[in-house]
Write a protein of this length. Structure first.
Length: 194
């Protein structure tokens, strides 16, 4: 129900509407899409889980409050968990997973997320979306390794900043998911330069 209400905003994510929209409206439209896709897909998953239970079949949860996570790795561990597990088991680990040299681990992450993008569709925008998340995961992995060498107890302000950064980066990535590449690039041009 809520996802359908957000469609009134997400229908504007097209070149014609983006061209004439006030700049401040653009992030609201993209944020509406982020919530729409979460609410829609999570609700479908809940319906499938509930329907399966009627027949005595236990289907695992597929979403666990991903937008509340404080890093991109946690986001992926809680967003579309069945796909995440499949990607880890059938793409990341067969490539060597984390048991290879560091540059190869980063490449494995990037390839895995590229496969995720292609899984969603064979269009260039999905490839870019997969590479977007692969790059975010590589950056987080690099930062996480650096933090282990330079540990500090997390502060409340640090946790809030980590959540906000993760939330913003995930939602910026939806532009590549919901629009073709030309429209997404036009969206970012308008968002950044007006």
């Amino acid at each position: 129900m809520l996802a359908d209400l957000l469609t009134a905003l997400t229908n504007h994510l097209n070149t014609a509407d983006i061209a004439v929209a006030a700049r401040w409206v653009l992030p609201l439209w993209l944020l509406a899409y982020g919530f729409k896709i979460y609410l829609d897909f999570s609700a479908y998953s809940d319906i499938a889980i509930g329907s399966a239970r009627l027949f005595g079949i236990k289907v695992p949860e597929n979403f666990d409050w991903p937008y509340l996570r404080t890093n991109i790795s946690q986001f992926w561990q809680h967003w579309h968990m069945s796909l995440y597990k499949w990607l880890v088991d059938y793409v990341f680990i067969p490539l060597g997973g984390s048991r290879t040299a560091r540059p190869r681990v980063y490449l494995n992450v990037l390839i895995t997320m590229l496969v995720s993008g292609l899984w969603h569709g064979a269009a260039l925008n999905f490839v870019v979306w997969g590479l977007w998340h692969g790059t975010l995961l590589m950056i987080y992995r690099f930062w996480s390794e650096w933090r282990q060498k330079n540990p500090r107890p997390p502060s409340l302000a640090g946790k809030i900043a980590a959540w906000a950064l993760t939330f913003i980066m995930v939602n910026l990535g939806w532009a590549f998911f919901c629009m073709n590449l030309h429209t997404a690039m036009f969206f970012f041009k308008r968002l950044i330069f007006g």
